[in-house]
Design a protein around this ligand. Structure first.
Ligand code: URA
Length: 242
């Protein structure tokens, strides 16, 4: 159980500066569990709290964990330069509460992108020490061959890497497509590995992280959802074996 003043609660949920949150409250725009509250000093229990702001309901969340099916032509950078940033796909509150992408996908890569405002979670998910498998589907410019698969499994040497990098698993899906599972997260890793193995990546999609798949989440391109505890547990490193 934890109680906070209403203005702090609103600010923590990304509804703007404390001053602006107080204005919203004083103007009668904020309801708590169905009743308008106009005193910003009101102490409110956050467990199970449902806020309504401008009649839109927002369950209180101490932290948010989000999966987005990223479309092409969006940048993961916090300061995007050539394309809109992925945060522009989400409600503005998430920018205010400092939600960030967990790792990065290239602007032309589609698929699963995790986002959160929980620093330790972001750190743990991004840490190379955790070896979290990430599943990619690559469309290749040249046909996929058994030699290509063998090379990706054996390991290919990339510039600036001390040792060859190998796929955890790799299998052909079609004449020009393959699924590759990586547990590192090096810059442009799939594209660079394909190039080093003599092919070229024409399109790239991330279909899963750990054993959490986009398919199970039912997210179409551009859609996002909150992750619950059970879904977050599927992001664990060992879950994808087999
Ligand atoms: N590997 C790449 O080359 N690009 C991505 O966006 C992700 C992995």
């Amino acid at each position: 159980m934890s109680k906070l003043t209403l203005d702090r609660i609103l600010q923590s949920q990304g509804f703007g500066t404390r001053k602006w949150c107080r204005t919203l409250i004083a103007d009668g725009e904020v309801s708590i569990n169905g009743a308008v509250v106009t005193d910003h000093r009101a102490q409110i229990e956050t467990d199970g709290l449902e806020l309504a702001i401008f009649d839109e309901v927002w369950p209180y969340r101490a932290q948010v964990y989000i999966a987005l099916n990223k479309p092409a032509d969006f940048e993961c950078s916090r300061k995007p330069s050539h394309h809109p940033g992925v945060l522009s796909i989400l409600p503005e509150q998430f920018t205010w509460r400092d939600v960030q992408p967990v790792g990065r996908l290239d602007h032309d890569t589609t698929g699963m992108l995790l986002m959160s405002d929980d620093g330790p979670f972001i750190h743990a998910q991004s840490s190379p020490k955790r070896h979290i498998p990430k599943v990619y589907v690559a469309t290749t410019a040249e046909p996929v061959t058994p030699e290509l698969i063998a090379q990706l499994l054996a390991g290919v040497q990339l510039h600036d890497e001390p040792a060859p990098l190998a796929a955890l698993t790799c299998r052909q899906l079609g004449t020009h497509s393959l699924e590759i599972v990586l547990e590192q997260g090096k810059y442009h890793q799939v594209k660079r590995m394909l190039a080093a193995a003599g092919n070229h990546c024409a399109a790239l999609h991330r279909s899963a992280i750990g054993s959490l798949t986009l398919e199970a989440l039912g997210l179409d391109e551009g859609e996002w959802c909150y992750l619950d505890d059970a879904q977050r547990a599927l992001l664990a490193p060992a879950a994808i074996d087999g």
